[in-house]
Design a protein around this ligand. Structure first.
Ligand SMILES: Nc1ncnc2c1ncn2[C@@H]1O[C@H](COP(=O)(O)OP(=O)(O)OP(=O)(O)O)[C@@H](O)[C@H]1O
Ligand SMILES: [Mg+2]
Length: 354
């Protein structure tokens, strides 16, 4: 967990505020199994969040409030996360030292990696172990997020009478969901979440993050292309993309644009994986786990698999979670699984995790 906030309780509800929709997941731990308690997805108005920045906090708060009320959520404690360019995740190398020593020098060290004033960011770190190339050094995962950016997210919850106790980073929440549900069999796997505005790539080697990247391309890119090339408004473009037949739109046009956008996204994934291969001595990604709404694009799994030449599958963030089929519509749950990677990872957070 990053940026542990105040409070101490067993119960949290995971709330993933995405650009397009807010996902709420609540789990209960019974012995060593998680059980699904609540699940909700609320759509946001198109301009409420732009590039991960909250533009209309009242609309975002209303969406959170509606979800909490419609699901009869009792707990006030929330685990949430952020991503985007106000968040920086980097591997850095430091002279071998203890955790306390890293703590004491991280601010000074971080200055050279962070394009913001150090006083403007929240910093956290995790020691990943010795540097494989130089035993006199350690590899440290550095995480920084702009305080004012985080504050915008926190204030949404405060406005709803909720208490955010965990502030995570999207890619670590996804990693958490993956680890709770899968035994990583290959040495190196990539978790790729493609949402409305961005794509998060997190490469895990032997269960640890070795590479992360945030790319500003996602489902909105499909819509922008459809709008531009066919002349629809954003809502029509979204509907057309999801398969609605609109008058005046030539059959095949939308499919063609979707295929082009998909090729672009696939190329971005490939570029990142190639970059990773080129910069890590002998490691290569062996499997991709996809999440995010865009993972539902028909054909994406196949196109990505063919391009990369490795298996690609959709990650099921509730794979090991017990779901009572008497309480939940299983068909609905199955249909929204790709959306829930971040939310499920957050719902599994407990104060004090690291
Ligand atoms: N069946 C589908 N086929 C193709 N795309 C889909 C489908 N369902 C949803 N999407 C797209 O997935 C995107 C939303 O996914 P998701 O909810 O994961 O994004 P988000 O978390 O709100 O955004 P971000 O993570 O970028 O902030 C939208 O662009 C939406 O059009
Ligand atoms: Mg998202």
């Amino acid at each position: 967990m990053f940026f542990g906030l105040f409070g101490a309780s067993e119960e949290v509800v995971g709330v993933d505020i995405g650009t397009r929709s807010i996902k709420l997941v609540q789990l209960k731990q019974v012995k060593d199994r998680y059980h699904l308690v609540n699940l909700g997805i609320g759509q946001l108005p198109p301009e409420a969040i732009v590039d991960h920045a909250i533009m209309d906090s009242a609309a975002v708060a209303e969406c959170v409030r509606n979800l909490v009320e419609s699901q009869f959520i009792k707990t006030k404690n929330v685990a949430t996360s952020v991503s985007g360019h106000a968040v920086i995740v980097r591997n850095i190398f430091m002279a071998a030292m203890t955790e306390e020593e890293v703590e004491a020098s991280i601010e000074w060290e971080a200055e050279q990696y962070i394009p913001f004033e150090i006083s403007d960011v929240n910093l956290d770190f995790q020691i990943l172990g010795p540097d494989p190339r130089d035993p006199a050094q350690i590899k440290v995962l550095l995480v920084a997020a702009k305080k004012d950016f985080i504050e915008e997210y926190l204030s949404v919850f405060h406005e709803c009478g909720l208490t955010p106790i965990v502030m995570d980073i999207d890619c670590f929440a996804i990693e958490n969901a993956f680890q709770a549900n899968y035994d990583q069999e290959e040495d190196v796997v990539a978790l790729v979440d493609i949402g409305a505005s961005s794509m998060n790539i997190n490469i895990l080697q032997d269960g640890r993050t070795v590479f992360t990247r945030d790319i500003q391309a996602g489902g909105n890119m499909f819509n922008d292309e459809i709008q531009k090339r066919i002349g629809l408004n954003s809502e029509e473009a979204e509907r057309a993309k999801l398969g609605a037949r609109l008058d005046d739109v030539q059959p095949g046009m939308v499919e063609e644009i979707v295929a082009d956008s998909m090729a672009h996204l696939v190329q971005e994934v490939q570029r990142s994986l190639d970059f990773f291969t080129a910069t890590s001595s002998d490691s290569k990604v062996e499997r991709v786990y996809l999440s995010g709404g865009v993972a539902k694009t028909p054909g994406l799994i196949e196109v990505l698999g063919n391009k990369l030449g490795i298996p690609v599958e959709i990650m099921n963030p509730l794979r090991n979670v017990v779901i009572d089929s008497g309480r939940f519509d299983m068909e609905y749950v199955d249909s929204v699984l790709p959306f829930l990677a971040v939310g499920a990872g957050l719902a599994m957070r407990r104060l004090g995790d690291k």
